[in-house]
Write a protein that binds this ligand. Sequence first.
Ligand SMILES: C[S@@+](CC[C@H](N)C(=O)[O-])C[C@H]1O[C@@H](n2cnc3c(N)ncnc32)[C@H](O)[C@@H]1O
Length: 208
Amino acid sequence: MESDLKKHWDSAYGNNEITKLGWYEEDPKPSLQLIQNSELPKDARILNVGVGTSKLIDELINLGFKNIIASDISSAALDKLQTRLGSKKNNVHWVVDDLTNPSFLSEIDPVDLWHDRAVLHFFTEEKDQNTYFSLLKKLVKINGYVIISTFNTEGATTCSGLQVHRYNKDMLENKLGPDFKLIDSFNYNYTMPSGDTRPYIYTIFKRF
Ligand SMILES: C[S@@+](CC[C@H](N)C(=O)[O-])C[C@H]1O[C@@H](n2cnc3c(N)ncnc32)[C@H](O)[C@@H]1O
């Protein structure tokens, strides 16, 4: 049966133009900068969780990355992203799954990069955060990277009508544990299509 969470996100994507969404990013520059700094090879397995309709996928394909996995709870989001990509969608592996109750994602091969922009902060219950981090730890290879960007502790308390849990780098370090070393982090003020700003924190960790 379809969960209320899936219905929420399918309707957000189904009822709105992508470019009007409160998290729409024309240029995913901060993520790209971190990915380029990590010097991953073009055959690296890159898992983008809660990808929505992110332009990061278009950019990664254009940069020549060949092993991209795009995942989201919302099939409506993935449909729209596939439509935008046209034939380039065949360069991507697609997974509809719920990060708080993963089935398909727990079965995929390990990845070189886990990328999350604006997803983790929706998990306000500790059990859902624990599920998210257990999956991450199961999937990220040794020497692999984790990029997490969330609302920072100065950020908004809701997004898309849902409560959020905000983070600073220490909180993310605690959740990831000693096997993950923080390589870089910075605050970033994202400007929404409405012109309002939302303070994010970007972090990149390497697994040892
Ligand atoms: C604010 S949007 C960010 C989308 C995208 N990462 C971006 O930067 O444009 C949050 C995304 O997380 C997805 N999402 C929310 N809860 C999820 C869950 N439990 N499992 C997987 N994806 C989820 C939503 O469908 C949505 O695409």
